[in-house]
Design a protein around this ligand. Structure first.
Ligand code: F6P
Length: 360
């Protein structure tokens, strides 16, 4: 018999509860014990946040959004914020975390997280903690897995938003700009944009030229289409824009600023168009709420596979979707760099062949 731990770290996303439920069910079937750690790695620093999970704890959670274990915004044990004399200092508390993990007698720790959380997991792995990873991000920016859970639900929400914006855009002969998540990777904007029939898709991987965007909208109105719908990822930025470079997964990825890009694009377009323009920020509606069928199934299977990896002793690995199979990959390979859109890749080409403007 084994005793394993599970935690969810970083931003939440639909399907986390499916993973937790899958882990608990597959473990109990094996006669193992599961300890749920609340609020990400932060939970190890508070003994009351480490509790046994039974079937009753996971009953009915499959369709629920969020994570029953909670997550944390200050969960990095290597840079843990502590208030000292009115100032926040980042302190390395990893020794304490490692000793709590060994005192708990965990035979394996399942870490469900995105790029940041999995990198922390790797560091703990190097300190001897037996880790298995489960990839989580609505942005779909992790390598080694075809897709992460949560992404499909986020795209469903964004696609529905585009549908709703279309009808009001058409009635009012307006340009509607929808800002979606995607700090470094524009997958949500790209795929939802294709699915929702957007006229323009702006992503961080392809700096946009506002003149190209506005002239496409003008050309559309000359063809009798007096409305347009634009989807823009929050990390998108104009060509030659003033970029803040952020460290991301080993590589440097540029982001101009977070939040406000939808407004900015609207303002810029206003300089070229006579049409009314309105911006909508979809924000955390993409992260909350019930997971789609796809994400429930993927999350559940990821949970079971994580337990199987612990049983095999395959530590340092992350569950991964390959085609229709759940396989595994080295966590280190998955966080080598972010999984970004290839501007010359097939998906972008298909979008352009559909007549969608990417602003280049
Ligand atoms: O990391 C995933 C993500 O969806 C990013 O695209 C976005 O910038 C971020 O979450 C926002 O999260 P929060 O408001 O929780 O910091």
């Amino acid at each position: 018999t084994k005793r394993i731990g599970i935690l969810t770290g970083g931003g939440d996303c639909p399907g986390l509860n499916a993973v937790i439920r899958g882990v608990v069910k597959a473990s109990l079937v094996r006669g193992w014990e599961v300890i749920g750690i609340e609020d990400g790695f932060d939970g190890f620093l508070h003994p009351q946040k480490c509790r046994a999970l039974g079937l009753e704890d996971v009953s009915g959670i499959l369709p629920q959004g969020g994570t029953i274990l909670g997550t944390s915004n200050r969960g990095n044990p290597f840079r843990y914020p502590i208030l000292r004399q009115g100032k926040v200092e980042l302190v390395d508390v990893s020794d304490e975390v490692v000793s709590v993990i060994s005192a708990l007698g965990l035979d394996g720790l399942i870490v469900v997280g995105g790029d940041g959380t999995l990198k922390i997991a790797l560091e703990l792995m190097n300190r001897g903690v037996p880790i298995v990873g489960v990839p989580k991000t609505i942005d779909n920016d992790l390598l080694e897995t075809d897709v992460t859970f949560g992404y499909n639900t986020a795209c469903e929400v964004a696609t529905e938003a585009l549908d709703r914006l279309h009808s009001t855009a058409q009635s009012h002969h307006r340009v509607m700009v929808l800002e979606v998540m995607g700090r470094y990777a524009g997958w949500i904007a790209l795929e939802s944009g294709i699915a929702g029939g957007a006229d323009v898709i702006l992503v961080p991987e392809i700096p946009y030229d506002i003149e190209k965007v506005s002239s496409a909208i003008v050309a559309r109105s000359k063809r009798g289409k007096r409305f347009s719908v634009v989807i823009v990822a929050e990390g998108a930025y104009p060509k030659g824009g003033n970029r803040v470079v952020k460290e991301a997964a080993g590589g440097k990825v540029a982001v101009e600023r977070l939040g406000g890009i939808g407004e900015m694009v609207s303002r810029e377009l206003g300089g070229y168009l006579e049409t009314d323009i309105r911006a909508t920020v979809l924000g955390h509606l993409q992260r909350g709420g019930s997971p789609s069928m796809f994400d429930r199934c993927l999350g559940s299977r990821f949970g079971v596979k994580a337990v199987e990896l612990i049983q095999e002793g395959s530590f340092g690995r992350m569950v991964a979707l390959r085609g229709r199979r759940i396989e595994s990959a080295w966590i280190g390979d998955a966080v080598r760099h972010l999984n970004l859109i290839d501007p010359e890749g097939e998906m972008v080409r298909h979008a352009e062949e559909l007549g969608i403007i990417l602003g280049r």
